[in-house]
Design a protein around this ligand. Sequence first.
Ligand SMILES: [Mn+2]
Length: 287
Amino acid sequence: MNAITRLPFLADMEEGVIDRVETLERTGKRRRYRTIWISDIHLGTRGCNAKLLIDFLDSVDSETMYLVGDIIDGWRLKRRFYWPAAHNDVVWRVMKRAKRGTRVVYIPGNHDEMFRQFTGLSFGGVEIRRRAVHETADGRKLLVLHGDEFDTIMLAHRWLAFVGDAAYSLLMRLNVVVNAVRQRMGLPYWSLSKMAKHKVKNAVEFISRFEEVVAHQAAARGVDGVVCGHIHNAEMREIGGVQYYNDGDWVEGCTALVEHFDGRMEVLHWADEVAARASAAQARLAA
Ligand SMILES: [Mn+2]
């Protein structure tokens, strides 16, 4: 918890500081959506693309915003404290949004699992939840969760057919124990997705297997679709009658998932949007 208590925004949460953020934000009309999902920001790491995210947050608005996990990388912060001003600016903007009346739901992931202990509580208007069910404008029910809860299934899933449920729940408990030990030793959370990305030759196969597992689990819960993050791969596709959505990340892809006011869903690629805006500005100058 040391790294968490060192985060400067906790001291900045008084009214005055949050109010000042408004003056930092770019003025002008923001694009409005019914819902925005973002995840895998990894604040506190060099990989985080905070500048693009700030531009995104200053350009769009929504009635509801879901933070779908791995927002702050507590595991990395514990090993090496890294918190530039831009990372604080991201947190301020989110807090400001909640204060202005956007419903902000924060679903911690595995890298920010230290916030899971606050499930059910609300900080400055930001609700902390383990998972959520979102109802779209066109009446579909979408299960919203980070996605790391499927790591053990991904691992077990090949043997599951042979060894059954007992071994699977043992494996689940084992994963908890292994990570508790790793945490005590100061080692980062052992993530199947990370290991697979680095060690399995075929990352594409891994991603599609993850998507199928998530969709299958969502179907079992009787929802129309599922929104998750975790594997840093934005996607929108139907798998076995379930709509699978992944909002991607702000490390490599810099993507967000949005719901339009008619329920239509879209993945926004923010680096492309910024590039298009720049070339449009250049064309105006040339004309
Ligand atoms: Mn994750």
